[in-house]
Design a protein around this ligand. Structure first.
Ligand code: 5BU
Length: 490
């Protein structure tokens, strides 16, 4: 089989298609590539494996791997034919972590050939490599069927990896145009789309006005401490808050754990926040359908929208949760019993609840069910809604793991991290703590601390200590990097 045959076959089998396709990101693409079904077409499977074997002839490696799922069956056949061990990394491990136990046996220092179906940016190849390298393997070569990138080969080469591909998207377009399988303008649209994707990748700036405002407050007050004030009555709550107020950037509230909540609570809290120059984060973890979270946010006895600067949100139900919380009213049904928001809300005065969200991207608890792909989708959602999403709640197994995760977040959004105490440790109910200094140096912009402060015999002194250590670590890291919004005054 030649490259030409491969291109023609993939088009004939509808594994490379042209038309109008809505991608997961919501973008509309003029073409679509999905090589998963190649494994159930024995002739094509055999021919593609032969092409792979030809391509890798002369490369030096000890073990072979395929990135699940599409490339794994190919890797198995290649390994068997060459008499080399097959290894693979389990899919769906910790988000952006090294995690992912490697199945199969190998020796430290073994060189690993990595087979994958496509390369789009090269970024996921590098992520995979980190896991293999952390396990003691050396990765030198990647081989893919289709290179649909603009410059992945150069980007990978700059990091010391070689990329081999059976065919590039450009070649496929040329072949199919020449053979009359697609019209020249279809090919042109595909090229244009790829170029635009390349241009918009990576550094598309995300600006959230609230994140910038909170970052400015932190810088002004020299604190990145978020006090998680999980007191169960208003007396304790306000006593603790008054003593810690000078040290904190934000107070995080679980308003539904107060035994004696009454409408004076938000008023008193808001006025303390104004006087003490800190913000209020309602840790409500909204998670329901859009219409329900809208009612929960704006109504009930708590009326969170009126007094919280920001809220925490689970994205499990999809993007509708954000629309429900912060979107316009147009399509939603009437909210029974809820009058339109006309009351004063701190600093908005728009008559409509505004607000900002911190999305739960990773949790601090041991054995939580959040997977890597879920975390990615949450970050994608946050990136897609920069007006509403000020940042993420996240955690890490250790400083390096946290740093890798932080790298994936847009600089214009903040990472707040719970599960922090002065020293690493655990509570008896699944909570994991990372040490404060590690957490901030690893990439937490704000640290959320509860029992480490209010559980101390002298909470005010504890808050001061957390503030000092946290701020010193933040300065050592170069400060918070939230860029200001593009035009001042917005
Ligand atoms: P602690 O006393 O510092 O363990 O309290 C941590 C707080 O952060 C507590 O209010 C939790 O509800 C909150 N939290 C958390 O601990 N871990 C998470 O992943 C998320 C929130 Br999300």
């Amino acid at each position: 089989m030649t490259t030409r045959d491969l291109a023609l076959n993939l088009e004939k089998e509808k594994l490379v298609r042209f038309g109008t396709f809505v991608l997961k990101s919501g973008k509309v693409s003029p073409f679509y590539i999905d090589l998963r079904d190649t494994v159930s077409k024995p002739d094509l499977f055999r021919n593609m494996t032969d092409l792979l074997l030809e391509k890798i002839r002369g490369l030096d490696f000890d073990v072979v791997t395929g990135i699940p799922y599409t490339a794994l069956p190919y890797a198995a056949v290649v390994a068997e034919r060459l008499g080399k061990p097959l290894i693979y990394r389990r899919k769906e491990e910790k988000a952006y972590g090294l995690g992912g136990e490697i199945v199969g046996s190998f020796k430290p220092g073994d060189r690993c050939l990595v087979i994958d179906d496509l390369v789009t940016t090269g970024e996921s190849k590098i992520e995979t490599t980190r896991a293999f390298e952390a396990a003691g393997l050396r990765v030198c070569d990647f081989v893919v069927f289709i290179d649909r990138s603009l410059r992945a080969a150069e980007d990978l080469a700059a990091r010391g990896y070689r990329l081999h591909s059976l065919v590039s998207l450009e070649e496929i377009l040329d072949i199919l145009t020449r053979e009359g399988r697609i019209a020249p303008d279809q090919a042109e649209q595909a090229r244009l789309f790829t170029r635009q994707l390349g241009d918009s990748q990576g550094d598309s700036p995300v600006h959230n006005p609230y994140a910038a405002k909170l970052a400015a407050l932190m810088a002004r007050k020299k604190t990145n401490l978020v006090l998680s004030l999980d007191a169960t009555n208003c007396g304790d709550f306000f006593r603790l808050l008054e003593s810690a107020a000078p040290e904190i950037a934000v107070v995080k509230v679980h308003v539904d754990i107060l035994d004696d909540f009454d409408p004076s609570f938000p008023e008193r809290l808001s006025s303390l926040a104004r006087e003490g120059d800190f913000h209020i984060l309602a840790d409500r973890k909204f998670a329901d359908i859009g219409n329900t979270v809208r009612l929960q946010y704006r109504g009930g006895i708590y009326r969170i929208a009126r007094w919280a600067d920001a809220v925490t949100v689970h994205m499990i139900s999809g993007n509708g949760v954000l629309q429900g919380l912060f979107g316009e009213d147009e399509k939603a049904g009437p909210a029974p019993g809820i009058r339109p928001e006309t009351g004063p809300r701190r600093e908005t005065g728009t008559g409509r609840p505004a607000g900002s969200a911190f999305l739960l991207a990773r949790m601090s608890t041991e054995g939580n069910y959040i997977t890597e792909s879920y975390t990615r989708r949450v970050v994608e959602a946050g990136r897609a809604h920069p007006r509403w999403v000020a940042g993420y709640i996240g955690h890490g197994d250790n400083r390096e793991d946290l740093a890798r995760f932080r790298e994936k977040l847009p600089p214009g959004q903040l990472l707040l991290m719970p599960g922090v105490q002065l020293q690493a440790g655990k509570d008896g109910l699944g909570q994991r703590y990372m040490g404060l200094d590690e957490a901030v140096r690893g990439g937490a912009d704000g640290v959320i601390v509860g029992r480490g402060i209010y559980g101390d015999a002298d909470p005010a002194a504890a808050a001061k200590r957390y503030r000092e250590i946290g701020w010193r670590a933040l300065e050592a890291r170069g400060g918070i990097r939230v860029p200001p919004p593009p035009s001042a005054g917005s």
